[in-house]
Design a protein around this ligand. Structure first.
Ligand code: RNT
Ligand code: ZN
Length: 421
């Protein structure tokens, strides 16, 4: 039996009362939650394919596995698919593009020649849907990245090519931010690294610093563009050494007051990013999150409502850090319906924030009082509070499917649209 409007309302009324007894206002939680945008990564829709055709396929030490039918083949299809996903997600969000999703009208425009005009259709579409936009230079899947090095390459010509690409990307980010009245986060991630043990770990890092300094030389107003840098531990084919490691970018971001991007899949397999949030935010102005799920390696699985995700949300909410954190998603699964992947991952991320917002104040109080038995007791009891009734209410208020009802929507779209591709 599907949930009825009446049962959702009744369940919410009971939940509201239960939380009120604990000192929490569920209406306030919903209103706060509705103001937090999640940046949906366009690349889940086409397996990080992009709209160029250099014949290199996906490179850069990342991999998409699966061959589920119906992937988006062009900008129109990708936008339609994102719209379908957004219809199943409560709130107002953002769309995160990579540079190789530009529209070049059949002309060959190399990465160092891209301009805001190549993204005008995306900007117009985002404006219409009231979405903010985020951006990324694409320093992979290109002949000039074929040996695995870009901004730290030994060849000055190749380095300069990628520097120009990143400079062009910042300008595009600024144009997007200006057009949409909300700053674009332009995130630099490069794949540079070695499969096997290097002898010289220092020189590539020096070159990367120099390249980044050139890229960021021109000041751009933070009202339109914010620069972020993303670290990584290893990639496929860069197992032994990654130039842009955590320590490298942590230092660079602190020194230059850039946003540090923390991707959940970019650390040792048992290392979470939640515990890094308060430390880094003491030294950098803001952070960008790539909410992802590494399984055994940086495998970019769809985000589920697990402890790692909930810890991230708790850190942001407990420490009131949401206004200094840009939340983006980064996963790519081609083994399931790609729209379902977006919906599942995004709904889970929003759910985790809601659960964190509904944490009883008694938890922090117990810790302040040094009562660690009470802290653990509350931590565990809090897990079975009726947050799902509040979530259902939020979905109802937002006019999006409640509970599993979104799945039928996505299945219907698969039948009428995706299966015809
Ligand atoms: C790769 C990084 C990077 C990419 C996207 C496509 O390891 O996580 O963020 O996933 O830019
Ligand atoms: Zn990432």
């Amino acid at each position: 039996m599907p949930l009825t409007a009446k049962s959702i309302k009744n369940a919410y009324a009971l939940a509201k009362e239960r939380y009120a007894d604990l000192g929490l206002n569920t209406d306030t939680a919903i209103a706060t939650l509705a103001k937090i945008p999640i940046s949906l990564h366009c690349w889940q829709g086409d397996d990080v394919g992009g709209f160029e055709n250099h014949g290199t396929g996906l490179t850069g030490g990342i991999a998409v596995t699966g061959n589920y039918p119906g992937k988006a083949r062009n900008p129109e299809e990708l936008r339609a698919d994102v719209e379908k996903a957004l219809e199943c997600i409560p709130g107002r969000h953002r769309i995160n593009l990579h540079a190789f999703y530009g529209e070049f009208g059949g002309k060959k425009v190399d990465r160092n020649e891209i301009e805001p005009k190549h993204f005008q259709n995306w900007i117009d579409w985002a404006k219409q849907l009231k979405l903010g936009m985020d951006f990324n230079p694409t320093c992979f899947s290109h002949p000039k990245a074929s040996d695995g090095f870009t901004l730290s390459h030994t060849d000055r010509g190749i380095r300069n090519f990628w520097i120009e690409h990143c400079i062009a990307s910042r300008e595009i980010g600024a144009a997007m931010g200006k057009a949409l009245g909300s700053p674009t986060v332009t995130n630099v991630w490069i794949p540079d690294g070695y499969k096997d043990t290097p002898v010289d770990r220092m020189s590539p890092r020096k070159r990367l610093t120099e390249s980044l300094d050139k890229i960021f030389a021109k000041p751009i107003s933070p009202k339109v563009n914010l620069d972020a840098v993303e670290c990584k531990l290893f990639g496929i084919g860069s197992e032994s050494y990654v130039v842009g490691s955590h320590e490298f970018y942590l230092g660079y971001a602190i020194k230059n007051q850039k946003l540090l991007c923390l991707d959940a899949g970019h650390f040792h397999p048992t290392e979470g990013i939640a515990d890094k949030i308060t430390s880094t935010l003491l030294y950098v102005p803001e952070i960008l999150l790539h909410v992802s799920r590494g399984v055994r390696w940086d495998s970019d699985h769809v985000v589920v409502l697990d402890d790692a995700l909930q810890s991230i949300a708790q850190e942001l909410v407990r420490n009131k850090l949401l206004n200094r954190t840009r939340i983006g998603l980064d996963f790519f699964d081609a083994s399931i319906n790609r729209i379902a992947a977006w919906v599942i991952g995004t709904r889970n991320t929003i759910k985790s924030l809601l659960i964190a917002m509904l944490e009883p104040p008694s938890l922090a109080e117990a810790e302040r009082n040094g009562d660690f038995s009470a802290r653990l007791a509350w931590m565990e009891e809090a897990k079975s509070l009726p947050w799902s009734a509040v979530w259902d209410q939020y979905c109802t208020m937002s006019g999006v499917p409640v509970g599993e009802a979104w799945l039928a929507e996505v299945q219907g779209y698969e039948k009428t649209v995706l299966s015809k591709r």
